[in-house]
Ligand binder design. Structure first.
Ligand SMILES: *Cc1c(COP(=O)(O)O)cnc(C)c1O
Length: 394
């Protein structure tokens, strides 16, 4: 009886979401994540992956994953602190710290697990978190899991952040937290100003650079490198699931911070460590990024070309400054139609609607990679222009 009631109410909720056009319709890849892929039986140009540097299907990553599996097996056998730390995990953390020029680093199963676990272990009821209103859901969830007081500042509004920082002396810790690159709009946090304001008010800074790692800075060293803020951001977090083409979250920083997180973060302590293949592939990704600066350069060449193309056609691309370029059409239904019609023409992009963005900010989000050719981008732009005219969006 209880079970039937539960299912009834879930179905009702699903119907409501469906009526508002808010249900995910998940497409399935039948080939690797690459600029050209087979998706739901159709050959398409992929413009919605986070595979910024084309590493997800890179021969060197595949080789490294296979070699690690041969030597160490399919699974790690345990959580990191019991019997699940292999020399491969340690090597990855050493190479990551060396790449980023920090004393130490710590890796987690995912970026999501990193944010939840790290935010949770840094603040409690004695503390205050001040968060940008457009921060990623994993930051929001991490903040919700703490007993800290929470305040939200207007997106990138330094006047508002300063206001929120006033009169915060009574807290033990004040944590200012921001995305490095905002995942729905592709704009960059004014990290220099944030760090300065935080320092002035004795607050701690935390940056989630999931979309900046491998993208911003010299050889993709991320937002702290981009703004020359090395050593000035207290918690510098990122992921291997985007530009680095694999999976896994991390924090880079001082030895003591990483040691503390190793001992305190529950998502680290209570969950199995990466399979050897993952650690092996991540190490290969770091090596390639450093050896081939042309990857990041090509990513930016493609970004500039495609963004200009969309603007020239007449689309509203918002405030994007990175490879994430939204095509803002406002209504959810229009975003769906745009994505559906583009798919019919062989262009795979995703509609992004409420609750991921505000109800009146529905969009199609495009992400170019270094692996796209000029021709891919020209084909995509021609399709955008055609569908944009069909739907009277331009
Ligand atoms: C993707 C993303 C995450 C989550 O990273 P995963 O490693 O995929 O779990 C966290 N924060 C931001 C800003 C992201 O874009």
């Amino acid at each position: 009886m209880q079970r039937a009631l539960l299912l009834d109410s879930l179905r009702e909720e699903l119907r409501g979401l469906d009526e508002q056009d808010l249900l995910w319709r998940v497409r399935t890849l039948q080939s690797p994540s690459a600029p050209h892929a087979k998706v739901d039986g159709k050959n398409v140009i992929v413009l919605c992956s986070n595979n910024y540097l084309g590493l997800a299907n890179h021969p060197k990553l595949k080789q490294a994953a296979i070699a690690a599996t041969r030597k160490y097996g399919a699974g790690s056998g345990s959580v990191r602190v019991i019997a699940g730390t292999m020399d491969l995990h340690v090597k990855l953390e050493k190479e990551l710290a060396a790449y980023r020029g920090t004393e130490s680093s710590i890796t987690f199963q995912s970026g999501y697990a990193t944010n939840l676990g790290t935010i949770m272990c840094l603040v409690d009821e004695r503390d205050l978190i001040i968060s940008d209103e457009l921060n990623h859901g994993s930051i929001i969830d991490g903040c919700r899991l703490t007993k800290a007081e929470r305040r939200v500042y207007k997106h990138k509004d330094m006047g508002d952040l300063e206001k929120q920082l006033q009169g915060t002396e009574r807290f033990r810790r004040v944590l200012v937290i921001t995305d490095g690159v905002f995942s729905m709009d592709g704009d960059i946090a004014p990290l220099k100003d944030i760090v300065k304001l935080a320092q002035d008010h004795n607050a701690v800074t935390y940056v989630d650079d999931a979309h900046g790692d491998g993208v911003l800075g010299e050889n993709g060293r991320g937002i702290t490198n981009h703004f020359h803020l090395e050593g000035k951001v207290d918690v510098d977090m990122g992921t291997f699931s985007k530009a680095f083409g694999c999976v896994g979250g991390y924090v880079v920083g001082s030895k003591d911070l990483c040691l503390y997180l190793q001992n305190k973060v529950r998502s680290y302590l209570l969950s199995g460590s990466h399979p050897p293949a993952v650690a092996g592939a991540c190490i290969a990704a770091l090596q390639i990024v450093q050896k081939q600066p042309s990857l990041v350069k090509k990513l930016w060449d493609n970004t500039r070309y495609f963004k200009k193309g969309l603007k020239d056609i007449g689309f509203d691309t918002g405030n994007s400054e990175t490879p994430i370029t939204p095509v803002i059409v406002r209504e959810a239904r229009k975003a769906r139609e745009l994505a559906d019609n583009l798919f019919k023409l062989g262009i795979f992009v995703l509609p992004i609607v409420f609750p991921m963005v505000a109800r009146d900010k529905a969009r199609v989000r495009t992400i170019v990679t270094s692996a796209h050719t000029r021709k891919d981008l020209d084909v995509a732009l021609a399709a955008f222009e055609k569908v944009g005219k069909q739907l009277a969006l331009i």
